[in-house]
Design a protein around this ligand. Sequence first.
Ligand code: GLC
Ligand code: CA
Length: 543
Amino acid sequence: MATAWWRDAVIYQVYPRSFADANGDGIGDLAGIRAKLPYLAELGVDALWFTPWYASPLADGGYDVADYRRIDPAFGTLAEAEALIAEAHRTGLRIIVDIVPNHVSDQHVWFQEALAAAPGSEARNLFWFRPGRGSGGELPPNNWTSEFGGPAWTRVPDPDGTPGEWYLHLFAAEQPDLNWNNPKVAEEHESVLRFWFDRGVDGVRIDSATMPAKDPELPDLDRRHPPTPHPYVDRDAVHAIYRGWRAVADGYAEPRALIGEVWLDRPDRLAAYLRPDELHTAFNFDYLNCPWDAARLRAVIDRTLDSHRAVGAAATWVLSNHDVTRHATRYGRADTAMGRNPAQHRAPVDQALGTRRARAAILLNLALPGSTYLYQGEELGLPEVQDIPDAFRQDPIFFRTHGADIGRDGCRVPLPWSGTAPPFGFSPPNATTAPWLPQPARWSEYTPQALGRDPDSIHSLYRTALRLRRADADLHTDLFRWLSEPDGRTLHFRRGRSFHCLANLADEPMALPEHSEVLLASTPLGTRDPALPPDTTVWLRTT
Ligand code: GLC
Ligand code: CA
């Protein structure tokens, strides 16, 4: 019988460029990942999600896909990807790949053909080409702005070299938006899904999942008071796309999972993506965005569970990914919410506090009903690298906002694995090139080699927690019940029959409730006075 593994899996996000470099060119690659499969299996995760590994000029870290059926040569070959999938399966790990429906790379053959073709041609109708406004067409067709800053339109020359039409890109200019009103776009994506599902991939993560459907009128937008429906976010038409994808996914003997990147404030609108004939799960950005605050976390947890229950979907819990400031850093600031404006970026960080809370948070996440996403390096307690010299920065957000938003490079720095100096085992000893982003010298203390020896390290905590979670039947039921009142200090709930999770977010220690066994605590409990210290989560068993 097919298993709904995605309902409570622990999924580890691999950013291939920064995971492990086998050939010494300073860029992570598939051979590097393959060599680390034993590490991932030993960590105890159930699945791996790879951010895009396809042929790409990497204008946006691979989210600018030039060819879905090829692996980027910097990462390896299609044969290596197939071998990696097969070996991961043998190791007991499922595989999720990333699909980016909203746009392709400007180097994609479709866009190159569109550029060479005339205005009004079928080739241009795969994208959003429009004449400009103003007497000479010198103004963009509307006032939309890119999610990365700056205008959402770029003008291109006609094939004869004279200034011509503009094309829409809701992200970088190297990422032209596809026109989903053209049936060829849906056909191509369903074929790409089959291409990867046929190679054994167990699921896909769908990038910017709310954005592919556009109002064909392309009306101007008041960003501060956007209308409903919005001209490109969460339009009803987007659901037809995913119903088509679900039919493809369900066509396999072991149905494939569809996981949406759905950033929406309204839980009911998010839940609509999780109806039984659409996506299986979606990232819980409400939770990721929530400050480290008991009352607010409780409210988000309730909202999440309620809205998911309404459509029979499983919730997800995620605190870090390749787009946000690492939570070990966020949680060490006075303002623990997500954000990268200059004030947040310059705010002082109490790293010990951030780490302590990150340890408490993972026990909370893993005890909640649903699946959990881990971002590579969080099991090492890696902080955000906030002081990358500008000359090394690569994120288009940094350039398009002229540095007002520092961008996402700080969470994408190549992982440290071993040793006491860069590249910390990220690249082999004979490497010819330094890692593509510089690693801080202080990262020697964050390697699995250093942390693995210490039974109290965050790495040991993750491994123990994942092992306990996998083995505990109570954590694989849907049963969840609050045991504390919303007191703004603690989060205390029961899972299944006898599993208790208690997080103390107050400034004071608190007494432990009655229990028969302490399973695990995020910071060691005193033996003589086993009170729960501040910013600590404990797993308890009752009889
Ligand atoms: C998603 C990805 C992000 C990317 C953007 C455009 O938000 O997670 O990394 O830049 O989509 O594809
Ligand atoms: Ca490499």
